[in-house]
Design a protein around this ligand. Structure first.
Ligand code: ZN
Ligand code: ZN
Length: 423
């Protein structure tokens, strides 16, 4: 490791040789959500701590252990956002986005922060994308939100993912189920991990998705939420499945999916890539009816999902998928002699103004040195301008891969080069 300073633990730099991958996945995401008519919302990376404490849940891991909290000079309590839904709902209510009725369809992208043990595919600053659909309780919307995730993963070329869905009930049917879970797990508590022991009374559902092997084994035979759903939740869940079938989106019902955030109810879903190891959720989401009124807005329902770009890119790399083209210059300009150098200055600006990317190295003088830099730049073409060419109002265009050379006139150089670049 070089240098005096190292990056904070659990964070990473996205270097130029990788940044085009990030641009590619964000571009594809934007393109997919555009086809579903979702519009971008950009909120600050920090909010008042309460925004997360109340919504995500004061007993959740995120709020208990993982939030980056700080106070400003006036002692106001803030937190770096650990997730994207709470800020979006805060903004939706504050700005009265639902004012005109109908559904408000929003997407976001950006860094999130959680103080967590860094491991493969999990970081302290990580980048998420997500969608929120606020205003409808129609199971069609649950299915459509799932469809966005499905379209996105497919469009990237991913093949090894599966969709698992569940219903985690609502305030009316959850208490009975929670009681049955407490009854089921209590005799096994001594064999279960400390997290499960602390969660049993506050959030017994979380014992269903504990990753500790011993706990997993015990949870296997736990009662299923699906047997406790009231009529409304059962009908809603049947509706979601029906729409998914109509849309041709394959899924399995997994009653163990609970999601770690307090605000979820009814539908919960995950897109999973089993090749990723322990951290295998590509996209997670669900319904959050009640959250908007908790923020002081009208009691309108909502549903959405979020996913991390890091795992997505990892998953694409494992499947050997393309991230589009790396950014390389179209041209490299070589000039020989003072006159060509001076003309070259004007030419560079002219070409760049025309949208052609040109690289030039003012520190190299000889043909050999400049051609070496041209090779290193991996530009498709090299333009060579010597005193002779300049006198004849011409320039040499060399295609680097084939070595083929062409003479083109300087008057119509922009038009000629634009045509060449397109080929
Ligand atoms: Zn219910
Ligand atoms: Zn456990």
């Amino acid at each position: 490791m070089a240098g005096k300073y190292q990056i904070p633990r659990g964070t990473f730099d996205i270097l130029p040789e990788d940044s085009y991958k990030w641009q590619y996945v964000t571009d594809v995401f934007k393109e997919v959500v555009r086809t579903y008519n979702y519009r971008e919302i950009i909120t600050p990376i920090f909010e008042k701590s309460e925004v997360f404490e109340r919504s995500v849940g004061s007993s959740s891991d995120i709020v208990q252990k993982e939030m980056y909290r700080f106070q400003d000079k006036k002692g106001r309590k803030f937190a770096l956002r650990p997730e994207g839904t709470a800020p979006v709902v805060r903004s939706y209510v504050q700005n009265n986005l639902g004012m005109n009725g109908g559904n408000t369809k929003l997407f976001y992208m950006g860094p999130m922060f959680r103080y967590d043990r860094p491991q493969k595919g999990r970081f302290r600053q990580f980048y998420q994308y997500g969608v929120e659909n606020i205003g409808s309780d129609n199971p069609f919307i649950d299915a459509e939100v799932i469809a966005i995730g499905y379209s996105f993963l497919k469009k990237l070329g991913l093949k090894n993912f599966t969709l698992e869905i569940n219903s985690i009930g609502c305030v009316n049917c959850t208490p009975d189920y929670d009681r049955s879970l407490i009854k089921y797990f209590t005799p096994y508590l001594k064999e279960m991990c400390s997290d499960c022991n602390t969660r049993i009374n506050k959030k017994p559902k979380r014992l269903l998705d504990c990753k500790v092997r011993g706990c997993k084994k015990i949870a296997k035979n736990a009662p299923s939420m699906l047997d406790y759903l009231d009529d409304e939740c059962r009908d809603h869940f049947a509706g979601v499945q029906d729409f998914l079938k109509k849309m041709g989106i394959p899924f399995t019902v997994n009653p163990k999916i609970v999601r770690g955030l307090d605000y979820y109810n009814k539908t919960a879903f995950e897109f999973i890539d089993n090749k990723l190891g322990a951290q295998n959720t590509l996209i997670g989401g669900g319904r959050y009816n009640g959250l908007i009124s908790q923020f002081g807005g009208k009691d309108v329902p909502g549903t959405g999902f979020a996913g991390g770009f890091e795992r997505l890119i990892l998953s694409m790399e494992i499947e050997g998928l393309s991230f589009g083209k790396e950014q390389l210059p179209d041209m490299f300009l070589v000039t020989l002699g003072q006159k060509a150098f001076e003309y070259g200055n004007k030419l560079l600006l002219k070409l760049r103004d025309a949208g052609i990317s040109v690289e030039y190295d003012p520190d190299k003088e000889t043909m050999k040195a400049q051609m070496k830099t041209a090779d290193r730049s991996r530009s498709r073409f090299t333009l060579i301008l010597g005193e002779d060419e300049l006198a004849g109002n011409k320039i040499i265009l060399k295609e680097m891969e084939s070595g083929e050379q062409k003479i083109i006139g300087l008057e119509k150089i922009v038009e000629s080069l634009k045509k060449m670049c397109k080929k």
